[in-house]
Design a protein around this ligand. Structure first.
Ligand SMILES: [Zn+2]
Length: 202
């Protein structure tokens, strides 16, 4: 077990947020107020030694508010226009916990880290011989090796969104799937082809 250098901010929707969720277009079913705890969320931040709720809210409310709204609608036109720290507190119950520990500290901590270490198809640990299946934005499918992916990721991290947009847009990877074997790579390619053909119609 590792003690984590973060505070946990726990948000529980209040009535106003539940009401807003129920006005968002495309939300499959209405969220009942009594079920609001199913929509709780935890955010980790590096905080001051003495966790002062007021200060933590001041520093983070804007990012937290945006993250919560974006879960329900990417269209900022649907977001409340008038967003302030005060309204944030009106929409969420906020708890801060400063005793944060990681029981599984030998496992990858982030989902991105996990996808770098485990096969996308079968979850096996990956080695350097992994096969990288790339689903491109134009629906093409490619295979890369580890070296090419590392190079692409390093370049991407140094690039701005504007530079990304001018890149040959269609050839940009939309999905990167690391696979442990030929069989797993083929499984993923089949799944991508299926999704490209509108597999969601099933
Ligand atoms: Zn596999």
């Amino acid at each position: 077990m590792e003690m984590v250098n973060r505070l946990a901010i726990i948000l529980t929707p209040r009535r106003r947020f539940v009401e807003w969720i129920n006005t968002v277009s495309g939300v499959p079913k209405q969220l009942h107020y009594d079920d609001r705890s199913s929509e709780r969320a935890v955010y980790l931040v590096v905080g001051p030694d003495e966790a002062d709720l007021q200060e933590i809210i001041e520093q983070n409310w804007s990012d937290l508010f945006a993250a919560e709204l974006a879960k329900w609608s990417e269209d900022e036109g649907e977001w409340p226009v008038n967003r302030t720290a005060h309204i944030f507190r009106d929409w969420f119950e906020i708890d801060v916990v400063d005793w944060v520990n990681d029981l599984d500290d030998h496992e990858p901590f982030t989902v991105a880290e996990l996808s770098r270490t485990r096969c996308a198809a079968c979850d096996a640990l990956l080695d350097d011989d992994q096969i990288v299946v790339i689903a491109r934005a134009d629906e093409g499918i490619e295979r890369w090796d580890r070296t090419r992916l590392d190079r692409w990721e390093a370049e991407r991290d140094g690039r701005t969104d504007a530079e990304d947009a001018t890149d040959e847009a269609g050839a940009v990877p939309r999905l990167v799937l690391r696979c442990c074997s030929e069989a797993c790579a083929e499984r993923m390619e089949t799944a991508i082809r299926h999704a490209n053909e509108g597999g969601e119609d099933e």
